[in-house]
Design a protein around this ligand. Sequence first.
Ligand code: GUN
Ligand code: FE
Length: 426
Amino acid sequence: MNESFVLRGGIAFSESEKRITTYYRGYLVCVDGICKGAFTELPEQYRGLQLYDYGERLIIPGMTDLHVHAPQYTFRGIGMDEELLEWLTTYTFPEEAKYSDMEYAKKAYGYFAEDLRRCFTTRAVVFGTMHNEATINLMDQLEDTGVITYVGKVNMDRNGGEGLQEESAEASLQATLDWLQAIEGRYKNTKPILTPRFIPSCSDDLMRGLGKLSAERDLRIQSHLSENQSEVAWVKELVPESTSYANAYELFDTMGSAELPTIMAHCVYSGEEEMSILKKHGAYIAHCADSNMNLTSGIAPIRKFLDAGIKVGLGTDVAAGSSMNMLKTMLITLQASKMYYRLVDTDVKPLSFEEVFYLATAGGGEYFGKVGTFKDGYEFDAVVIDDSKMYSMRDMSIRERIERMCYNDADAIIKDKFVKGKKVYC
Ligand code: GUN
Ligand code: FE
């Protein structure tokens, strides 16, 4: 299959944050990996292209997982009774320490890469571990999936416990340079991203060094922000001169810019000051609703972030989130926003299905450029889904079918997946 073709089926995509456009038995055109739009009738100039007719199946944009920890895939769904800091020291750090063993890493990353290839995600921003060799193997395996990713070797020079702490800021920075050198020119679809784990894991010198490296090499940054109240209090102790957790990142020049946007995962406790810092820097919030529930972290006020014009996408945050299924993440995003409205603040209206579909596709996709919808000029990322089990008892519109698929993902079967016009699934 080359990268120019037409797909036919039940098409749905975001027209805007608040509107989903659908076509029953519509046509979707891809030319050289770029979407040329969706149509009721196939325009004359595309009639010579190969047509793949998916019948009654759904075709939706690929989804972007803006925050996921590859090494944690091994223990997803286990140890979920702890809160963040205890969960990190009890389960996460001991597990990540195992990735010094390349045999373990290869096997574990093999499972992760294969499952990433087989889910709704066509773009992902991924944490590795602090280990260079394992992270390079992860990148090698992700490159083979065809999914387009950013991947970070994690920086952490304090509070990692036994076996998961770099010796010093200099050692961590040198390891980062070595990693960047080793992967230079090695991949087409897999890009490096600087990854200070979070402020409690990184000394001031390390944070400053990473801020400088980001500017010197035009490298993006990802990290965690204001996920849990004990974490927020700890950061205040660690960086007493900061006026907020986001300001601590700002002091180290790691909040990025519109051209080089930083991703901050969580932002559950981001108030007015943090919101204005995120907005000023053009940062993306990776909203990780499943994780925020599992670790009893709280509910992030996504409606407020959207109203403030802050960029938001969704993250599964495996293993604090228990699966890589973006439909599940969408569902919990919806449920969490409803409970925020009901229990926390009735001035903050729940997110609509349209808005959450947008966040999962175009919202996170924007981090990768023109990605996440089927408008003319967007990179062609698409997932073909068989949901026939879910509408056998009644006629349903395409809009109803994608809503039901999100609220009841069990019977949505992925049939094909395309990333930038390349078929990556079968
Ligand atoms: N904060 C620092 N590290 C982590 C992590 O691995 N997962 C989550 N959810 N939060 C973190
Ligand atoms: Fe995380």
